[in-house]
Design a protein around this ligand. Sequence first.
Ligand code: Z5A
Length: 198
Amino acid sequence: MAALVTFEGSEGAGKSTQAALLRDALGQDASLLAREPGGTPLGEEIRRLLLHSAPMAAEAEMLLFMAARAELLEKVVRPALAAGRTVIADRYHDSTLAYQGGGRGCATWWPESFPRPDLTFLLQLPPELGLQRALGHGRKPDRLESEDAAFHARVVGAYEDLARREPERFRRLDATLPQDVIHSAVLAAVRELSVSAR
Ligand code: Z5A
């Protein structure tokens, strides 16, 4: 079934874990996993600039995330959707709305050329717990992870607003639950989507 399913939430909430579990459940032929920022040679270059370079203007940061996304859409996402596969995106445009819009205060918009997801899972976890999880193995924080608590609280608030505005698209999930419990809820919602698409 061609569908765009996205995972959103603050760092360490378990997006990559759940995206990979869903890809394994659907199978590699029927689905494709995409990670943002990145997923193409240009996108990986932009990822390095975004996460590890010196400070940059907030709007430059936003446009770079969107540039990486435009490349990923053209090279990876649209071809997979056209082939009838389910694209599972580990972050997508809602991340820009939450981090650059909510966190940095940029004026954001949804470009017409960016497809709307069919389903978005919002993994909810207090940001301090997520950072502990993400940095638990001694990894150094990247540029965004190094922002202060107020920034991360604004990101969480922005995600909450997005989910409130589009209750049909968003499924909130308690990210403190065990991985397999979250995965069952994800799979049930994706199966429901494929039934209603028939
Ligand atoms: N960003 C942005 O600002 N604007 C944008 O438009 C986009 C992104 C697209 C990307 O960082 C950064 O870019 C991100 C937002 C910003 N920055 N911040 N801050 P990234 O790609 O390097 O990382 P991330 O997207 O923030 O995710 P992450 O740190 O990789 O975390 P995650 O994918 O949500 O979690 P995970 O890797 O699946 O799990 C983290 C750990 O928790 C791991 O050890 C797991 O085994 C464990 N885990 C997972 N699930 C559970 C449960 N249920 N219980 C207990 N432990 C668990």
